[in-house]
Ligand binder design. Structure first.
Ligand code: PMP
Length: 290
């Protein structure tokens, strides 16, 4: 496997970074997770834009243009001969000293890993996921805004541990005042009386690229859509619930906190959106030749 590291493609064993890199010491950096489907990179421009927005939010100056970043992603995919891939793009503050001061880090570290995508089991899509509400609350937007896709994922990891302890794959994270924000690695949607509803990202959620794609699909299909603050009880009473994310795509939820949702089966609108989503991954994206 070849990794893009600071302008070069190197073998996996040689793709090493310093223990003084602030990405490692402090989680000081940003990242993206992207997918390619049969040599089409899904929503590449949107992911690269979000990476640069996240970097700007932490005052990290990415030392290459968006066009060069795009080229680097494609080069890495080609050198690994991958048609269907998961792409991890990471930019850290770079090597500094043991203090926090980002000014000591002169050159950001940029690396790109492309790997085979590990898919969730088919049963999750057929039967739906059981999830719980995490004990861990979502970070305050005024403390560490969840819109920034930073390397500092400890808040999500603590909620993921809540999920694992409860024997589930995902957990819903609530804001400090108990509004639904998102899950540990996915956005959340519900359908109530035919309307698709998701919390606004300002509540404390990532501006998911899959989330945006699904909102677009719903609009095209004439499904009414609303962004609104919701409570966990709204999810319990929803007709359908599903999660969205680059790796998961659209995944139905059929149980929350041991309560059955949508009669314990993935709902009709969810299934329709899953189909539509599959079809756009096959027809849109940035093409590359191996
Ligand atoms: N929320 C969080 C916390 C995430 O980490 C992710 C990405 N894994 C998402 C939502 C989904 O975002 P996207 O659709 O852009 O992958």
């Amino acid at each position: 496997m070849r990794i893009y590291l600071n302008g070069k493609l190197v073998d996996k064993d040689k793709a090493v970074i310093s223990v003084f890199d602030h990405g490692l010491l402090y989680g000081d950096g940003v990242f993206e997770g992207i997918r390619s489907y049969d040599s089409l990179i899904f929503k590449l421009e949107e992911h690269i834009d979000r990476l640069y927005r996240s970097a700007e939010a932490i005052e990290l100056n990415i030392p290459m243009t968006k066009a060069d970043m795009t080229k680097a992603v494609i080069e890495t995919l080609k050198s690994n001969g991958l048609k269907d891939a998961y792409i991890r793009l990471v930019v850290t503050r770079g090597v500094g000293d043991l203090g926090l001061d980002p000014r000591k880090c002169k050159v950001p570290t940029v690396f790109i890993i492309t790997d085979k995508i590990s898919l969730y089991p088919k049963e999750f899509y057929r039967d739906g996921l059981a999830i719980i509400t995490a004990k861990t609350k979502r970070n305050l937007t005024a403390a560490l805004n969840p819109k920034i896709k930073s390397l500092n994922y400890l808040n999500n990891i603590l909620a993921k541990i809540d999920a694992i302890k409860a024997g589930t794959e995902e957990a819903i994270m609530l804001t400090y005042d108990d509004y639904v924000a998102e899950c540990t690695g996915d956005n959340i949607f519900m359908i109530f009386a035919g309307t698709l509803i998701t919390p606004p990202t300002d509540v404390g959620a990532l501006e998911g690229i899959t989330r945006d794609a699904v909102i677009g699909l719903a609009k095209d299909a004439g499904i009414s859509f609303e962004e609104k603050m919701i409570k966990i009880e709204d999810l319990y009473n929803a007709d359908e619930v599903f999660l969205t994310g680059t790796a998961a795509e659209i995944i139905p939820v059929t149980m929350i906190d041991k309560r059955r949702i949508s009669g314990g089966r993935p709902g009709e609108i969810t299934r329709r959106l899953m189909e539509e989503f599959k079809s756009i991954t096959k027809t849109s994206g940035v093409k590359y030749e191996l």
